[in-house]
Design a protein around this ligand. Structure first.
Ligand code: MLC
Ligand code: AMP
Length: 505
């Protein structure tokens, strides 16, 4: 039987070659990967999973968690990774919306998640960061030679939730071919081979760490250091025995500030890739000055995988995201009319290609609203194409804050703040932050006589929103600036508070 994505992974896998090494010294060969993912797929099958069923996973980063992703691909399941920082209130929505067959969580979340899973008819198993948990216990007795489920190019491989402008998260449905075509292209354009060793310090519940980093390594038969989180000291040390690093801009900001970053420290590396948020030209310059490497910036999103990349050979221009990838069509249009604009003009970025997702889970109207009639996906990013063909992202048409590479939709945070007693209304904005790129900031109007302060607001959000979605600062004002239509003028707020984080760090 053929399994579109896993057949390609299997094809690149040399059983004796190293796949993963952790900082604790645990290692996985490609043979181990095939066996463990096979056993886990067997366990899913024995639990009663059927192809097309969703498996929602909220676990710490570990090689076993990656094996579970591969097991889902092999079993024909739809892998649904969830940020480890999500609270039970957030998880209730994701589980209710996706109706998974199985929820896999850390042992410490089990008691809290059990009633939620039960409410929506899902089973619960556990997986912990050290290779334990009930799911691995079940897998132990399974045959490592699992017969992979038959999956074609259009079979669903994953659903990744992205927050929506209306505050309701949307599940982006990604097919086997979305993932395979994009990772194969990236492997080729970034010249990955089996000799590469990647420093993998990203979380694996998002496109960047899961699909860009892990799938590219898998399809090259390369290896990676698998780190629980980013630590600049550790990254610098591992550069001695690695060839590539992928990161969000905050990684590079922190490395560029580190005394240990020198040409010698980075001499063994061949490539540094940045994405998920804008890399400031000054970070690009500072990093190049100290390390001798021009960071390669690329642009993507959950719905589309990667769209553009600066060239591997050729000028990597700071402040641009390079050229459309082979097979990807990108155009810039008038946001109002949808008419294509000339090069040099700024408008809405639209993309089409085998990388673009199938639609939002159970939201046909939302899906339809974000595609043009000719199949181009409307990204919500504003940009232009310069005379040399480089794409520049110049802003966002969507009300989105990107903090340290995590997307936060203000509406979701505003809805929570507005429910706190004493709040009249709020506006959540992102303003320049030296470490996270944008710092999430809440501007709040309180009721006359209400005794509200920053701590009360933050405490009110604690159990409702993941930590990274909680504002770094809460500011109180008498009224929000509005235009004649009554719409809050967030640009005025962003200008007013532009210097808020300037002195931090
Ligand atoms: C952590 N915190 C954050 C935060 N990360 N707050 C805002 N934004 C973030 N990104 C919180 C912590 O909980 C902590 O709170 C405080 O901020 C400081 O934490 P820290 O120790 O400085 O953070 P750290 O653990 O070092 O994490 C920062 C980071 C991490 C940048 C390394 O956020 C990260 O790995 N980001 C990557 C996100 C990513 O993979 N994005 C890809 C999306 S895919 P307190 O109060 O507890 O101290 C995508 C498509 C594409 O966008 O194109 O790739
Ligand atoms: P996500 O929904 O988490 O996948 O985030 C996707 C969004 O991140 C895109 O729509 C862009 O707004 C932003 N993004 C990703 N890469 C870049 C980049 N290199 N430069 C600027 N913005 C980026």
């Amino acid at each position: 039987m053929s399994n579109h994505l896993f057949d390609a992974i299997r094809h690149a896998a040399r059983p004796d070659a190293l796949f993963i090494e952790t900082t604790g010294g645990r290692t996985w060969t490609y043979g181990d990967m095939l066996e463990q993912s096979g056993r886990l797929a067997g366990a899913l099958d024995r639990l009663g999973l059927r192809p097309g069923d969703r498996v929602a996973v909220q676990v710490d980063k570990s090689p076993e968690a990656l094996m579970l992703y591969l097991a889902c691909v092999r079993a024909g399941a739809v892998y649904l990774p969830l940020n480890i920082a999500y609270t039970l209130a957030e998880l209730d929505y994701f589980i209710g919306d996706s109706e998974p067959f199985l929820v896999v969580c850390t042992p410490k979340m089990r008691d809290g998640l059990q009633p939620i899973a039960q409410k929506y008819g899902a089973l619960v198993e556990t997986l912990d960061a050290d290779g334990g948990g009930s799911l691995l216990d079940l897998a132990q007795d399974e045959d490592p030679d699992f017969l992979d489920a038959s999956c074609g190019p259009d079979s669903l491989a994953a659903i990744l939730y992205t927050s929506g402008t209306t505050g309701r998260s949307k599940g982006a449905m990604l097919t086997h071919d979305n993932l395979l075509s994009n990772a194969s292209t990236l492997r080729d354009v970034w010249q990955f081979t089996a000799d590469d060793r990647l420093i993998h310090a990203l979380p694996i519940f998002h496109t960047h760490g899961l699909f860009v980093a892990s799938n590219v390594v898998l399809l090259s038969g390369a290896s990676m250091y698998f780190l629980p989180k980013f630590d600049p000291d550790e990254a610098l040390q591992l550069m001695q025995t690695s060839t590539v690093m992928m990161g969000v801009p905050t990684f590079y900001v922190r490395l560029a500030q580190h005394d240990g970053l020198t040409r010698q420290a980075a001499a063994k590396m061949r490539l540094f890739v940045s994405g998920s948020a804008p890399l400031l030209a000054e970070t690009h310059r500072a990093f190049a000055e100290k390390s001798g490497h021009a960071i390669l910036e690329r642009y993507g999103m959950t719905e589309t995988n990667m769209n553009t990349s600066n060239p591997y050979d050729g000028d990597r221009i700071a402040g641009t995201v390079g050229f459309p990838l082979p097979g990807v069509s990108l155009r810039v249009t008038d946001p109002e009319t949808g008419k294509p604009l000339a090069d040099g003009e700024t408008g809405m970025i639209e993309v089409s290609g085998p990388n673009v997702f199938k639609g939002y889970w159970r939201m046909p109207e939302k899906t339809q609203a974000e595609f043009r009639a000719d199949g181009f996906f409307i990204t919500g990013d504003l940009g232009k194409i310069d005379e040399r063909g480089y794409v520049h992202i110049v802003g966002r048409g969507k009300d989105l804050v990107i903090s340290g590479g995590y997307n936060i939709y203000p509406k979701e945070v505003e809805t929570e703040i507005d429910q706190i007693p004493g709040v009249v209304e709020s506006a959540v904005i992102g303003v320049p932050h030296p470490d996270f790129g944008e710092g999430l900031t809440a501007v709040v109007v309180s009721k006359p006589g209400a005794s509200l302060d920053e701590n009360i607001v933050l405490n009110g959000l604690k159990d409702r929103l993941a930590r990274f979605k909680q504002p770094k600062r809460v500011i109180f004002i008498d009224e929000l600036p509005r235009n004649t239509m009554g719409k809050v003028q967030k640009n005025i707020l962003r200008d007013t508070y532009a210097g808020l984080y300037r002195k931090e760090r």
